[in-house]
Design a protein around this ligand. Structure first.
Ligand code: RFL
Ligand code: PHB
Length: 389
């Protein structure tokens, strides 16, 4: 098989890039290891920046997003005693949209056949070859048959554990990484949210987040130690802990329910540079990971593919190499700013092992400073709604 661009991975990065390139008339094929059901069943992100929703609108794929997405004009930071509302709309003129990653993935997936975006699900033994040449290829097995996909470029949208980043020789890239000594335990339940905006709480016992998917579906998280497992957290214990960490007033408004999903995600900051090697580009989680505190991961995947689709389109239309040469630097400039924001918010809101009384006082003092300073709030707000593309 031949394509202009072969994409590895049909998560949000791969699907969005596929649609953006199809809209420019390029021939694109996506190779995905998992089944379509598995991809759409993964419960992850919930908050979309306006730059991400703008991309979906540009593609005309925002029909359901417009009707079912929840526009949020602010969110709340809490320190166990006081709360501060970050008024995004007033401070930046922008909103964010609460719309599940599963919903966005589903919309992109369903629109693929009609737009000529071919996706090979359940592809096994995916291997990248000849990435330093102008005829790179992706080999894989599907239904017991070997396939060979030749393209002008390959884009690795295969997440943190995928083969694309690994295909780059170790001496051709640098890794910058910080692994946090805790994870997030998440629960999804069909109960009304405890508040109409997200609440990020920095409690002495650790971080908690009250989020949502709709007026009838809630998503909550708590910080747990790295060595804790789901067996340590019965639903009852988790609901009790949420009520404590979110404080008496909000905690009292939590409606408990059966867990539709419960999982633990480790927290990590990670960047691989550069995001291109020869004819291979990286986009999304394959190149970088942020801790979910700033709600930036999916949005960074979207901005990467916005830059890359522009660059590839210029290359195929006019033979212009400038965009593809500039891609890595352009994407990384935005990535590092989001890394900083996510890292800073993670430090402000989580309890670290060995944290002293002084360290805790500093967290609370910073939250109080934010509460009293419009400038500090504006800085958080402009990062949260998303820096301009
Ligand atoms: P994905 O979604 O991991 O997709 C990668 C795809 O590649 C496939 N793959 C392969 N395909 C072929 N061959 C192979 N050998 C392959 N190996 C892997 C996988 O099956 C998969 O389909 O990466 P992508 O597309 O870059 O998207 C990134 C986002 O998924 C991620 O950044 C966000 O979910 C992060 N995130 C959040 N981001 C936000 O912007 N806002 C949020 O509110 C937010 N909340 C979160 C989050 C991530 C979380 N977890 C679980 C880490 C909350 C959580 C709890
Ligand atoms: C979510 O609803 O899953 C969510 C919201 C905000 C975050 C992270 C996750 O910062």
């Amino acid at each position: 098989m031949k394509a202009d661009v072969a994409i590895i991975g049909a998560g949000p990065a791969g699907l969005l890039l596929g649609h953006l390139l199809r809209a420019e008339g390029l021939i694109v094929k996506i190779v995905e290891r998992a089944s379509a059901d598995h991809v759409v069943g993964r419960i992850r992100a919930g908050v979309l920046e306006h730059t991400t929703t703008d991309l979906l609108a540009r593609l005309g794929l925002d029909g359901r997003l417009k009707t079912e997405g929840l526009l949020h004009s602010g969110f709340v930071l809490a320190d166990g005693e006081q709360i501060v509302r970050i008024d995004l709309a007033d401070l930046t003129g922008h909103h964010v949209t609460v719309y599940g990653q599963t919903e966005m993935t589903c919309d992109l997936m369903e629109a693929a056949p009609a737009r000529g975006l071919e996706i090979f699900y359940e592809a096994e033994n995916v291997v990248l070859a000849d990435i330093e040449s102008e005829t790179p290829c992706v080999r894989f097995t599907k239904d017991g048959r070997d396939h060979y996909l030749e393209a002008r470029f390959i884009v690795g949208c295969d997440g943190f554990h995928g083969p694309s980043r690994q295909a780059i020789p170790a001496n051709q890239g640098g890794i910058y990484e910080k692994v946090y000594p805790f994870g997030w335990l998440g629960i999804l339940a069909d109960v009304p949210p405890c508040h109409d905006e997200l609440i990020y709480a920095s409690h002495e016992r650790g971080f908690a987040l009250a989020s949502m998917r709709s007026a009838t579906r809630s998503r909550y998280y708590i910080q747990v130690a790295s060595d804790e497992t789901l067996d340590d957290w019965s639903d009852g214990r988790l609901w009790d802990e949420l009520a404590v960490r979110l404080g008496p007033e909000v905690g009292g408004r939590i409606t408990r329910g059966v867990a539709l999903e419960k999982s633990i995600a480790p927290l990590r900051s990670f960047v691989f540079e550069p995001m291109r090697h020869g004819s291979l580009f990286l986009a999304g989680d394959s190149a970088h990971i942020v801790p979910p505190t700033g709600a930036k991961g999916l949005n960074l995947a979207a901005s990467d593919v916005a830059y890359l689709s522009e660059a590839l389109s210029l290359f195929f239309k006019r033979g212009d190499q400038e965009g593809i040469i500039a891609y890595s630097g352009r994407a990384l400039a935005r990535v590092w700013k989001a890394e900083r924001f996510s890292w800073q918010l993670t430090h402000l809101l989580h309890r670290f092992p060995g944290q002293t009384g002084f360290d805790r006082k500093m967290q609370v003092a910073e939250l109080r400073y934010i509460a009293g300073s419009r400038n500090a709030q504006a800085s958080i707000a402009e990062n949260y709604v998303g820096l301009l593309l």
